[in-house]
Ligand binder design. Structure first.
Ligand SMILES: Cc1cc2nc3c(=O)[nH]c(=O)nc-3n(C[C@H](O)[C@H](O)[C@H](O)COP(=O)(O)OP(=O)(O)OC[C@H]3O[C@@H](n4cnc5c(N)ncnc54)[C@H](O)[C@@H]3O)c2cc1C
Length: 382
């Protein structure tokens, strides 16, 4: 077993850190306050190639293997403080482009992936409905075949990137029977189709630099060629592609954990109370130790999923374990970082309270912690 990064991975890590430090210098405090998405940052990331890291070169990507893409996103999370921008990229790539790459026809891949990699098209993933959150199968959004189109009706909510998106992966019921996994289909829906509208923009506690919205479909005529995969196979499409979203989307959070730990190590050495550096107090150094333990275990988990996917293997349980552990660990790490910084940790200008607000959502999107535990337990007994 070899845990070391190869030369190319080390070089890519450094390249991304340098890029983020020099190019992603926008005002994240202001953007967070104003719910502002940085298009400039998006374009810079696109030009650098971040939007298509694991996408094969023939479709406009950089063709990296999954493990190396994982390492790259970890480096981005370490060096870029705009978690909302990274979340937008993650949703675009792992929850939209990856679906097209895995299930799209050759024509669909050639039509959409190059523009998604270049940043011209922004992608989103539209699954959740008001009545169908964890319980995906209870969705009501319907697509009824009418000749060479599907007529799509319904509303998707809490959709990240929706207000800025050009292309959506939409799940809808095409089968007659309700509450059947076989009754769902996935579609590529572009914002220029008549009958698609982003009807509401949500204001949220964290990840405020990535807009989220509600998308309404009213008699939207989606051409049959926009069907992703085969008809009524949408649930399988979702279940086999969700591994990417569940683990790869969280690699950047491991980088955030490392950045926060390094920041806390520096601060506790510098900050003096009772005539000594606060890192000499055991209750403070214990927090640093716990942050380090969580970081190392989180790294092992993402690298394992990256390795499995690089081998072309399934990682259903490992992806759920990674998501569960990383998201809950990040919340604890941000809370420890706030406590270590005392009042400063709670102040906006120190940029730690924002990390906590951004982190909290991780245990909800992509399947809640409760659902991840359920999946892990079910896979144990199946
Ligand atoms: C920041 C953010 C970004 C998001 N982005 C997207 C997106 O891009 N696209 C998209 O489609 N959706 C997105 N979502 C929605 C997200 O996927 C759902 O919120 C999530 O699946 C949970 O659904 P819900 O909010 O309806 O909660 P519910 O399903 O109503 O759950 C409420 C509570 O009950 C628990 N619960 C439910 N069922 C069970 C069970 N069987 N066993 C144990 N506990 C259970 C849940 O864990 C939770 O604690 C996003 C959400 C957030 C917060």
């Amino acid at each position: 077993m070899d845990f070391s990064l190869n030369k190319e991975q080390i070089a890519l890590r450094e390249e991304i850190m340098r890029f983020a430090r020099e190019m992603l210098t926008h005002d994240v405090i202001g953007d967070d306050r104003d719910n502002h998405f940085s298009r400039e940052g998006w374009k810079k990331c696109a030009n650098f190639g971040l939007l298509g890291l694991p996408v094969p070169c023939e479709y406009g990507g950089r063709g990296l293997d999954p493990l190396t893409a994982m390492i790259a996103f970890e480096a981005l999370g370490y060096s870029c403080k705009d978690n909302g921008l990274i979340f937008a990229i993650n949703n675009h790539l792992w929850a939209c482009a990856m679906y097209i790459l895995e299930f799209g026809s050759e024509a669909q891949k050639r039509q959409y992936l190059p523009d998604m990699c270049s940043g011209l098209l922004i992608g989103a993933h539209a699954l959740t409905e008001s009545g169908a959150g964890s319980d995906v199968l209870s969705m009501e959004c319907q697509a009824v075949r009418d000749g060479d189109v599907f007529v799509l009706n319904g509303t998707k909510t809490f959709i990240s990137n929706a207000p800025i998106a050009d292309i959506f992966i939409v799940f809808a019921r095409t089968g007659a029977a309700s509450y059947m996994s076989s009754g769902l289909s996935a579609f590529i829906v572009t914002i220029d189709l008549p009958g698609v509208k982003c009807t509401k923009e949500w204001e949220k506690a964290g990840l405020r630099t990535d807009p989220m919205g509600e998308v309404h479909f009213e008699n939207c005529r989606v051409p049959v060629e926009n069907l992703l995969g085969t008809e009524e196979n949408g649930y399988t499409t979702f279940m086999t592609t969700i591994e990417w979203e569940r683990a790869f989307l969280f690699a950047s959070q491991v980088g955030t954990m490392e950045r926060l730990l390094e920041d806390c190590v520096r601060y506790t050495a510098r900050r003096k109370q009772f005539g000594q550096a606060i890192n000499s107090f055991q209750s403070i150094s214990n927090k640093l130790a716990d942050m380090k333990v969580r970081l190392e275990l989180a790294k092992l988990m993402i690298y394992k999923v990256g390795w499995l996917k690089t081998q072309g293997r399934m990682a259903l349980s490992e992806a759920s374990i990674a998501k569960l552990f990383i998201t809950e660990s990040l919340i604890q790490t941000t809370m420890d970082a706030i406590q270590i910084h005392g009042a400063r940790g709670y102040m906006t200008e120190y940029e730690i309270e924002r990390e906590l607000r951004d982190a909290v959502a991780g245990t909800i999107y992509g399947g809640t912690s409760e659902i991840q535990r359920r999946i892990i337990a079910e896979l144990l007994v199946s």
